[in-house]
Design a protein around this ligand. Structure first.
Ligand code: DC
Length: 234
């Protein structure tokens, strides 16, 4: 069987949704539980922004940014419950999570040339026994034939509370009202951009996690995968 046939057969669970809905945590836990591969597509946009900075490529230069994206030298190394992200041989795990890189990533992610350049790289993650793909356009653009598509959401207020708790743990104070404003602005930007705007795929199941715990969401997704016949019988 050729590689492309193998890839076609590997199931994909797409998890799209707004920032702060819990996609990252949920995707990682589901992938771990099933022993499936994990694609953190947001990390690829963050890495493109970081690599652009390293190589002095302007965030307005779409053609050069697309080249940077196409030739990203990146490795995801699973390590005891977390994944280390390596860019050109250096550890970029914490750097890509900074506010500054996040901002640059959102600009880079709005450019069609960059999105196109990252398409085949994202599709390469589709390998047996399966893939959990976390992002904004996994079900609508990258894996349109995925057998299970989830749109994970939560109220903006709940996401602001979660973000505040995360920041508090990191020793950073932030007011709820300013976090809420930031979240609402980012939602609007993500949903209104002309290329690959954030929206549920027509065949996606929307799961509102406002009143659900993380284990409840993971259980629900496992249940849905089982119902669709995507997991071997226990
Ligand atoms: O999920 P995240 O915060 O790591 O994403 C970083 C940026 O990339 C954010 O601005 C949204 C964007 N993104 C995107 O446009 N498409 C994706 N599939 C994933 C992320």
């Amino acid at each position: 069987m050729s590689d492309s046939q193998t890839n076609l057969q590997a199931p994909v669970l797409t998890i799209d949704g707004p920032g702060g809905a819990g996609k990252g945590t949920i995707s990682r836990l589901v992938a771990e539980r099933l022993g499936w591969h994990l694609l953190d597509s947001g990390a690829l946009y963050r890495l493109t922004a970081l690599a652009a900075g390293k190589h002095d490529v302007s965030l307005d230069d779409e053609a050069s940014l697309a080249e940077v994206a196409r030739h990203l030298e990146v490795m995801f190394v699973a390590e005891g419950g977390t994944t280390r992200v390596m860019l050109e041989g250096s550890d970029a795990t914490t750097t890509i999570r900074t506010e500054q890189v996040g901002d640059a990533a959102s600009r880079v992610a709005a450019l069609p040339g960059v999105r196109e350049a990252l398409l085949s790289r994202q599709r390469d993650f589709r390998q047996p026994p399966g893939l959990v793909a976390d992002g904004r356009d996994m079900g609508t653009v990258v894996f349109t034939d995925a057998p299970l598509k989830i749109f994970l959401t939560a109220s903006a207020e709940e996401r602001a509370h979660r973000r505040q708790a995360q920041l508090r743990e990191a020793g950073v104070g932030a007011s709820l009202s300013s976090l809420l404003k930031e979240i609402q602005a980012r939602d609007a930007r993500d949903m209104q951009r002309s290329v690959a705007p954030l929206k549920p795929a027509e065949d996606a199941i929307t799961l509102d996690t406002t009143r659900l715990t993380i284990p409840e969401v993971v259980d629900r997704l496992t249940e849905l995968l089982t119902q669709r016949g995507l997991l071997p019988d226990a």
